[in-house]
Design a binder for this molecule. Structure first.
Ligand SMILES: [Cu+2]
Length: 218
């Protein structure tokens, strides 16, 4: 996809992950500016000129400086680790009693979305299945597979979770933007892999209730 676009960050979880990414970017930028600045300073300040022909200090150790450039990166890495650990724990934590619960099953080559107390959505090649979710409410999704390993992936929600046969994996999505998001299978699973698209449509809670009522009459 070119030009690259910033993901829509359709959930509160994806916003937290993007914040983590920004913290890393700013930290990398700060380190880069410091290193480039020191290189430029040393290159200019200590360059050989006619007026300044004597070689500079040839001392090859500097204890305090060496301790500083060992400890500073270590502290930075520990802080970044801690921040990421904290954010990922938040993203992974399951809210108790999520108002919407959906069992997702992946198979060659498609998806089934089974709503607890609601409809079961199947798609086909011409009409990929659509998952409808209420804005601002937490949905708990459990993913599994009935044949090979697939992966439930919504790029604009910065979320991907493998669907592994015989295993059930749970996560929460809390939609923060209305709209339709494209989903894909993120794990090559055979010839029909590319056809495993789905959509996630985020609607207001009242629209969601209407949709549920409509589906119940089908
Ligand atoms: Cu697949």
């Amino acid at each position: 996809m070119y030009p690259p676009t910033w993901p829509a960050l359709g959930t509160t979880q994806s916003q937290a992950l993007a914040d983590d990414w920004k913290i890393f970017t700013y930290a990398a930028l700060a380190v880069a500016l410091l290193v480039w600045g020191l290189i430029a300073f040393a290159a200019l300040r200590f360059r050989r000129t006619a007026r300044n022909a004597q070689p500079r200090s040839q001392r090859d150790t500097n204890g305090p400086l060496e301790i500083a450039w060992t400890v500073a990166p270590l502290v930075l890495v520990i802080v970044l680790f801690g921040v990421t650990y904290h954010i990922e724990n938040d993203v992974e934590r399951l809210a108790p009693n999520a108002p919407v619960q959906i069992a997702v099953n992946a198979y060659r080559w498609g998806w089934t979305f089974r709503y607890l107390h609601g409809p079961t959505i199947n798609g086909n090649l011409n009409a990929p299945p659509e998952m409808v979710l209420p804005l601002g409410q937490t949905t708990e999704i459990t993913v599994s597979s009935s044949d090979v390993i697939h992966s439930f992936w919504i790029p604009d929600m910065l979320f991907k979770r493998d669907a592994i046969p015989g295993r059930v994996s749970s996560f929460d999505l809390t939609p923060s933007k209305p709209g339709t998001f494209l989903g894909r299978c993120g794990e090559f699973c055979g010839l029909g892999h590319a056809t495993m698209a789905f959509r996630v449509r985020i609607v207001s809670p009242s629209e969601y209730q209407h949709w549920l009522a409509y589906e119940a009459t089908q």
